[in-house]
Design a protein around this ligand. Structure first.
Ligand code: ADP
Ligand code: MG
Length: 739
């Protein structure tokens, strides 16, 4: 009797096992059982030969109608042609040598034929198909097997192992299967209506009906969700077991003074989230919290308050941004919000004040050295910088809190790396402005607590979005921009390309390193897998700048460009000028997508808007309407596709980020949810396939957390413990592979 770890060769023989190992990486009984059929062919009603597609692998059950052989002109030997039929449609089989086939392929014989569909002289044909004639003695059984039950169709494992041979192997394996321990406890199976493990394999590999397939698949999906949730539950438990210094509120400290000076009242949501964070910080185990909130919902203030309270209790805080532009902006805005509170130790500074330092890769070495020193000595209460820099190069005196801004590109591994930073693990707050659908939050971020800011601060004006797809209105767009500028406001114009010679490569950068240049982010954003490739020349920043300068409607306006390939100083200078209002129109790439905050900018024109994904458009338009004047977003497109226009109209129709995130998720292919780089590993890919099954994930999460809560090491659940260990191995392997 075999179990899941039995080598395949022992059960089905080496000749069958070898191609499965070579082409599909299947080595054990368990591997094979997890290699589930791609689809199931209807029995009885044979594969519809009327709907063949060239190049497709097919397996058909059919009857041999005619057989002819003829000598070949060029070579010795005879060629055999057979015509098979399903009763209505015909398919030709061609063998360049009749030898060995003549006696078996005779009119009236029924068989199972597998091959790749080709087209020859306007007839469909299979060249050298694999086949299995069902001899009359087998007929009864075969008919039952092939006409009574669904016919599972597998991916072939190389030439010697077509779909039907894989099926035979699976049948043998199933027949030899002994008792196997089920990693899902029976009471959970009962409560959730799940079949047990062995039944699941039977239902997937030899299902009598569609209903059975569905039951098998449901259990399998549950398994995947349950495995992921068990891992998350264990991570959560492990996090709770870590010890760190609690950071308690200190009366008369920076936070209190800051609050007293705040020019606005915190929204109810901000107060609530701040209280949650304060409670986390006061704990003896490190906070691990995700803060989501629409662009402009006021996350940064909440984070800053947390940082101040950590400083009050003697610690330091680091703020990690994905790009240099963002890091510099955070540095500027935090410094200005703090005023003299950020001038600790300086003449005229506040007595309780601290210092904020900035760390970016392109700073002059001297300034950078000073920042590093301030971090190490503890003089800098807040260190702002890019992810990579802070993670790799900085020593802190007493790092108490790490705030990670604007990420959905920040994986579990990076979060883990941070934990090793301080004397004791720091508290971690991750902020994201990209609304994360619940299923994603529960899986990808399922080991973290989450807080959500749902309301925007009062006095915000809504953003009106319009799709401009009629070329007649293109010029009107620029007139509208000019009107806004005359009214004292500023405009962004976003293009999908930079436009210098070699920057338009569609390579996705290796973002998993946790290292992002502005350009990386641009490129990563420019390649949105849900958007099909462009079929026309796209607008570029550099061309657009020239075009706008020549446009009479914009005569006299101050126009500048911003993109990732500019020198850091130039970028910095442009952002500063734009913020200061000395630039009217900023032509930029998506480098401005994340977090750039200029309240006086009211118009966002997005060129070739069809090139951007839904969430991305929403994120981009969040750059305007941040002040008290209403924002306007114009989605300019020349697309003729109805579907694409519809996508843009749906963005125009709502400002609710969560609605759009869900829509975005629905439009993406499986596995694309977080972009290609997040789905690199096998285990993650699987995980992402679940993202649409909210109820199932909820159920699995509840069960997994209950089990881990009662038995963190899974001592009572050895089968589950094994499954988790091997899933973690896969994940580790995938991570190492990605480098
Ligand atoms: P986010 O980081 O969530 O995009 P920010 O924290 O940058 O949002 O806030 C956007 C703008 O709103 C900032 O200029 C900030 O000073 C301001 N702001 C934050 N909270 C409030 C509030 N409660 N009332 C009024 N303005 C606020
Ligand atoms: Mg922000």
């Amino acid at each position: 009797m075999a179990d899941l770890s039995t080598p395949l060769g022992k059960v089905v023989g080496q000749p069958s096992a070898s191609p499965l190992a070579k082409h599909r990486g299947l080595h054990t009984v368990g591997d094979l059982l997890d290699f589930v059929p791609r689809r199931y062919a209807e029995p009885g009603k044979l594969t519809d030969l009327s709907s063949l597609v060239e190049g497709e692998e097919v397996t058909v059950v059919a009857r041999v109608e005619r057989v002819t052989t003829r000598p070949m002109r060029q070579r010795k030997g005879r060629m055999l042609n057979a015509t098979i039929t399903d009763g209505t449609h015909e398919l030709d089989l061609t063998f360049f040598s009749a030898y060995g086939h003549e006696g078996r392929l005779v009119p009236g014989a029924r068989g199972l034929f597998a091959g790749t569909v080709g087209r020859y002289h306007q007839t469909w044909q299979l060249t050298h198909p694999d086949y299995q004639i069902l001899d009359p003695e087998e007929e009864q059984e075969a008919v039952e097997q092939y006409t009574g039950n669904l016919i599972p169709i597998y991916l072939p494992a190389g030439k010697q192992m077509p779909s039907w041979k894989v099926r035979n192997v699976a049948q043998i394996v199933l027949a030899s299967l002994g008792e196997i321990p089920d990693h899902i406890p029976p009471d959970v199976c009962k409560r959730r209506g799940l079949v047990d493990l062995v039944s699941m394999y039977r239902l997937l590999h030899q299902p009598p009906t569609d209903k059975d397939v569905a039951r098998g698949r449901y259990r399998r999906k549950y398994d995947e969700a349950f495995t992921v949730q068990t891992i998350l539950a264990q991570r959560r438990t492990a996090g709770e077991a870590l010890h760190t210094k609690p950071r308690l509120f200190v009366a008369g400290g920076l936070l209190e003074v800051f609050d007293a000076r705040l020019p606005f009242v915190l929204t109810a949501g901000q107060q609530e989230v701040s209280a949650e964070i304060a409670k986390d910080l006061a704990c003896e185990h490190p906070m691990h919290r995700l803060l989501q909130g629409e662009v402009g919902s006021g996350k940064t203030v909440v984070a800053l308050r947390a940082m101040l309270s950590v400083i009050d209790s003697g610690g330091q805080a680091a703020l990690l941004a994905p790009t240099e532009v963002l890091a510099s902006q955070h540095f500027r805005s935090i410094t200005s919000m703090l005023g003299d509170l950020a001038e600790g130790g300086m003449l005229g500074g506040s007595e309780i004040g601290t210092r904020v330092s900035l760390l970016t890769g392109s700073q002059p070495a001297g300034i950078r050295r000073k920042s590093l020193l301030d971090a190490a000595s503890g003089d800098a209460g807040i260190v702002v910088g890019t992810h990579a820099l802070i993670q790799e190069h900085v020593q802190f005196f007493d790092l108490g809190l790490v705030v990670v801004d604007e990420q959905h590109r920040f994986g579990v591994e990076q979060r883990d790396a941070l934990r090793g930073k301080g004397k004791q693990p720091p508290h971690v707050l991750v902020m994201t402005a990209t609304p994360i659908p619940r299923t994603v939050a529960m899986t990808v971020f399922g080991d973290m607590e989450t807080s959500t800011l749902t309301e925007l601060p009062k006095g915000r004006s809504p953003i009106a979005t319009h799709v401009v797809s009629n070329p007649r209105w293109f010029q009107r767009t620029w007139e509208r921009v000019a009107e806004e500028v005359r009214a004292g406001h500023q405009t962004y114009v976003v293009c999908p390309r930079i436009g210098d010679s070699d920057s338009d490569s569609d390579q996705v950068p290796g973002v998993n390193k946790g290292e992002f240049s502005d350009e990386d982010v641009e490129v990563a954003f420019a390649v949105d897998e849900s958007v099909p490739p462009a079929t026309r020349e796209l607008r570029s920043v550099l061309e657009m700048e020239v075009e706008l300068r020549d446009n009479p409607a914009l005569a006299g306006l101050r126009i500048a460009v911003l993109h990732g390939r500019m020198a850091a100083d130039d970028k910095e200078e442009v952002m500063r000028s734009f913020a200061a209002g000395t630039i009217d129109v900023l032509v930029a790439t998506t480098v401005i997508e994340v977090g750039v905050d200029v309240a006086n900018a009211t118009v966002m024109v997005i060129m070739d808007a069809d090139r951007f994904g839904i969430s991305q458009l929403h994120q981009l338009r969040g750059r305007v309407g941040r002040g008290t004047s209403p924002g306007l977003c114009l989605l300019v497109t020349e697309t003729e596709s109805e579907m694409v226009q519809q996508r843009l109209l749906s963005v125009a129709a709502t400002n609710d980020g969560f609605t759009l995130a869900r829509l975005d998720l629905e439009q993406r292919r499986e596995g694309d949810v977080l972009g290609a780089r997040q789905s690199g590993g096998k285990s993650q890919l699987r995980l992402l396939q679940l993202l649409r099954d909210e109820d199932l994930i909820l159920a699995a999460r509840e069960d997994a957390f209950a089990i881990v809560g009662a038995d963190p090491e899974l001592e009572q659940h050895p089968a589950l413990r094994n499954v988790i260990a091997s899933a973690l191995d896969d994940e580790q392997a995938a991570y190492l592979e990605r480098g």
